[in-house]
Design a protein around this ligand. Sequence first.
Ligand code: RIB
Length: 318
Amino acid sequence: MNAGDFEPNSGSSAQVVVVGSLHLDILVRASARPRKGETLPGQSWGYKSGGKGGNQAAAAAQFGASVSMVSRVGNDDFGVRLLEHLKSAAVDTQHVSVDVETGSGMSVAIVDAEGDYGAVIVSGANLHLSKAEVDKAERLIARARVLVLQNEVLEVTNLAAAILAKDHGVRVILNAAPARPLGSDLAANVDLLIVNAVEAEMMCGVAVTSLSAATRAAAILSDQFPAVIVTAGGLGLALAVRNEPPYTEAAHPVSMLDTHGAGDAFVGALCARWANGKLLTEAARFANAAAALFVSTPVKQKRAITSDHVMQLLSERS
Ligand code: RIB
């Protein structure tokens, strides 16, 4: 695969379709994450619309793509909030269905003083997003430049979407998060795999403790996928495109406030740039900077981060 073979977009912004999860997140700030059996006082809590799918859709729209979401929420207050959030983020929700039997997905995350977090998700309606709903979105997917998938809906749903996309010549990105075993049918229909250090280790056995280890992991995984990005948090990222030299980007040195959703900001920013005709290396470089801004910006201000801010950070490096 040529990693940058989209024609640059001259007219309207590129179409990105995200098939994936929506969760209403409850974010709790505490000095530390509790150990087993421990109860700790926290400082504050709040709602945040999330789910890896929802976060990636909102980030892709934030960085210039025209985005549609295929997902499922419950017939409840959380579902209303999730839909309102997507609409306010300029994400098309025509293919977000409402499940009258199962509640919306949700998560609880505890963010510690270092900005790291631990979370639990309850998938709810996300696990009822079916192949039938993906099929209903065929015309939408056929018009897209990039389809984005994660591991928070059933694999059979991801597979249906990936096959549809490939049938229509649409690029497929799989952000294989959270880590779970991946079927060979789905793998065969993915153009770009994006994984973090934990997911990379689970998929190829390499402990990603340095950028060179990330490069090794990406190279191994590129036997299976035409292109692979391994994000290694505070270290940076490695990109392997089959038959091309490896590419790495060091992380930007920023002060970390919280990492919650930063991986999703990376994926959303990358797919917006890639769909808009940038080379994959350029898109990865942009996304690396966007993720740096996300981890160093307070939750309520993250939505105000623009492509100009990202370009500014990039220009400070070069
Ligand atoms: O990546 C962060 C996201 O993962 C959260 O929004 C949470 O809902 C989980 O899906």
